[in-house]
Design a protein around this ligand. Structure first.
Ligand code: SAM
Length: 458
């Protein structure tokens, strides 16, 4: 729940107010900003651009978020659920300060493909940003330990439509067998959430000095578990949405003391660096248009060491049926896999490493699921409709107006003139949303039940 207008120092925890007054020379401006309306911002999906000329967004766009590509402020918060383009993965609603990750990536990413882990990934704001920003040919492993949150992460990533993502649901300690495997790790750590006070009442009610200490200990545990999986020379990006030094700069210092590592500076015009040797960037709502956020980059030093070897199994390759093969980009190599009756693909260059992930992790999803196969028949999977590289020219498409698009997303009936028995890709403004199967004059709606719009759209 948003609390703007009510957040005076009188109704915030006294120990928090005291600390912020010591921490900031301009604390009154900070407390004043907490009473204002939080800005609304979105980040477009560059693989699904240009966005349709839909008044839903275009009439609301106010200005660019300067530190992130494809990101904009809106003039107010619309009911996003009523925009089919959101359901097609055309954009993601993301808090602006946290998009500073894009600035960092632009400065540290080499041009060659990387293996990347986003360890605390749900609901997927930074994973979708990473999926768009990584060099071509990279692999992103997006992990979330909490099962219900992992389901939301999966939905958001499937809608984003990249094929180079693996979604896992594991505790950080489960990754320990992947020593020296990742070029880049993002730890967007669970924290005390002080930076979200303006937007989230729960963050205030859960705040206590005891909890700050518990958060710090948990952050250290997470980092200790995951550090061995970072390659020497690789980068670890650490971020939180709190102002608490114990969870921010003290964690970076602890990492530098504990391991062979360097703090990496980022060229920027925002946030404050901590000292000439410790670089971390803190964002405050009275200084920039966004919520409280902290981010820093650490590079692992030392020589590259051994990595786990994948024992090659003699498996015969999974063949893709003709009707599906032709829907995929023809200039890339994919390996097929079976997950029960469902047939999916993963770029061939990542097949070996993903087999290694399959061995000891709970892999919820990988690449792109194409269809459920039953003998010679197939049932198209939702992910294929949302896939960034789907060749739509080979399909029967039905482009819907806003009213029919919302009916489709509510899992209601819509009409068709496609031949009975044929699969139809349902689009809105040209963007895939999901599948229907023609019954002659109407469509059987194959939109996933768990994704459907439940609110009234009248
Ligand atoms: N990166 C996400 C994004 O941009 O949308 C937000 C991540 S949120 C700040 C932190 C995440 O860490 C939560 O999804 C939470 O469930 C997860 N988490 C909680 N305890 C954890 C633990 N012990 N180890 C790893 N992750 C944990």
């Amino acid at each position: 729940m948003s609390l703007h207008g009510q957040l005076t120092p009188n109704n915030l925890p006294a120990a928090f107010v005291n600390r912020m007054q010591k921490q900031l020379s301009d604390a009154p401006l900070f407390f004043e900003a907490l009473q204002s309306v939080p800005p609304v911002s979105i980040r477009l999906n560059p693989a699904k651009l240009p966005l349709p000329d839909s008044p839903f967004l275009t009439e609301r766009i106010l200005s660019k978020v300067e530190w992130c590509r494809h990101a904009y402020y809106l003039d107010r918060r619309p009911v996003f659920t009523l925009d089919p383009c959101l359901h097609s993965g055309g954009y993601y609603v993301q808090e602006a300060s946290s998009m500073f990750l894009d600035q960092i990536l632009q400065q540290i990413l080499p041009p060659h493909p990387l293996r990347v882990l986003d360890l605390c990934a749900a609901p997927g704001g930074k994973s979708t940003l990473l999926a768009s920003a990584l060099p071509a040919g990279s692999l992103l492993v997006a992990n979330e330990v909490i099962r219900t949150r992992a389901a939301i992460l999966k939905e958001n990533l499937i809608k984003w439509g990249a094929d180079n993502v693996v979604i896992t649901q594991n505790d950080p300690a489960c990754f320990s067998y992947l020593r020296n495997c990742f070029d880049l790790i993002l730890v967007d750590a669970p924290c005390s959430g002080e930076g979200m006070f303006r937007k989230d009442e729960k963050a205030i009610s859960e705040w206590s000095e005891r909890n700050l200490q518990l958060c710090k200990e948990r952050q250290q545990r997470i980092l200790k578990d995951i550090w061995p999986t970072l390659k020497p020379g690789g980068h670890l990006i650490y971020s939180t949405c709190t102002y608490n030094p114990g969870e921010n700069e003290e964690i970076l210092s602890w990492l530098l003391n504990q391991y062979d590592a360097l703090s990496v500076p980022v060229t920027h015009t925002l946030g404050d660096s901590l000292s000439p040797t410790l670089h971390g960037y803190q964002f405050y709502p009275h200084k920039i248009k966004g919520e409280g956020f902290f981010i820093g980059v650490i590079q692992k030093t030392g020589e590259q060491k051994e990595t786990p070897q994948v024992k090659k199994e003699k498996k015969s390759p999974v063949r893709l049926p003709e009707g599906l093969q032709e829907l995929l980009p023809q200039d890339q190599e994919f390996s097929g896999y079976n997950s029960g009756n469902v047939l999916g693909i993963i770029p061939t260059r990542h097949a070996e490493f993903t087999a290694l992930l399959d061995k000891q992790l709970t892999v919820l999803y990988k690449g792109c699921e194409l269809a459920e196969i039953n003998g010679r028949k197939f049932k198209m999977q939702p992910a294929l409709a949302l896939y960034q590289c789907l060749d739509k020219t080979r399909l029967i498409c039905k482009d819907t107006d806003l009213e029919s698009a919302l009916r489709y997303l509510k899992k209601e009936d819509i009409s068709t003139d496609a031949p009975a028995g044929s699969w139809v890709l349902i689009t809105h403004n040209g963007m895939g949303m999901g599948w229907g199967k023609s019954l002659g004059s109407r469509l059987n709606n194959y939109y996933p039940k768990e994704w459907r719009i439940r609110m009234s759209t009248d």
